[in-house]
Design a protein around this ligand. Structure first.
Ligand SMILES: [Mg+2]
Length: 219
């Protein structure tokens, strides 16, 4: 029994900054590599690249901004760079492993990350066998806008899992992605975000970490 979520049969999880906690040092290393790449190939200084990235992230998925801004932008090159980054300091949580397994219902991993990143991180976290369905995105998905927060993908998942929006809950650190979930009728839980967004109508529940949410509700 999941306290407060008795009618839920499907749980949808983001990966990065949702299924593990900070301080997210690996991201800093990855983005440093990325901004170096942009500087080398496009002549945009690292500082300007960081500012552009922050701007893209305000409105949507950051890679969409880069694809539109830099014609010929090589996503695969960037993803290779991400895969090379040392992420061995990402915290592994045995409690999360156990409680996620015990969480009753269908579990879907839904990331805007690429497949090899998803596989690498789930393996590192010991969560590779914890999901009924795993969705990552490839280059064609990015070019066709098939990623969060596009509601079409959410509806595809709901159909595939043979459920209904009001029987699904999504866990995320990203407000855009939760807003879509709320708009199509899913429940939402915001995690790993310092600021308090409880006043937003599309944030139904908020917790400092996913593990603490599990501890609260799996009693
Ligand atoms: Mg995330």
């Amino acid at each position: 029994m999941v306290k407060g979520y008795e009618n839920i049969n499907t749980w949808v999880f983001d990966l990065d900054r949702t299924l593990y906690t900070g301080p997210f040092e690996w991201e800093k290393r990855a983005f440093n590599n990325f901004f170096e790449y942009v500087e080398k190939h496009y002549g945009i200084s690292k500082e300007d690249a960081a500012a552009m990235d922050a701007e893209f992230s305000k409105s949507s998925f950051y890679l969409k901004g880069w694809v539109e801004e830099l014609p010929g932008f090589d996503i695969k090159h960037w993803w290779n760079e991400i895969d090379k980054v040392d992420a061995s300091d990402v915290p592994v949580c045995k409690l999360t492993q156990k409680m996620l397994k015990d969480l009753p219902g269908q579990k879907v991993l839904f990331t805007n990350g690429h497949p090899s990143h998803m596989d690498k991180f789930l393996k590192h976290l010991g969560l590779e066998d914890s999901f009924d369905e795993k969705i990552a995105i490839d280059e064609s998905d990015i070019r066709q806008n098939r990623f969060k927060p596009n509601p079409d993908i959410y509806h595809e998942i709901i159909q595939k899992m043979k459920t209904k929006p009001d029987q699904c809950v999504m866990f995320e650190d990203n407000l855009h992605n939760l807003k879509t979930a709320h708009q199509i009728g899913m429940g939402t839980v915001l995690v790993n975000v310092d600021d308090c967004y409880k006043h937003l109508d599309y944030i139904h529940n908020q917790k400092d970490t996913f593990t603490h949410w599990l501890e609260d509700h799996m009693k």
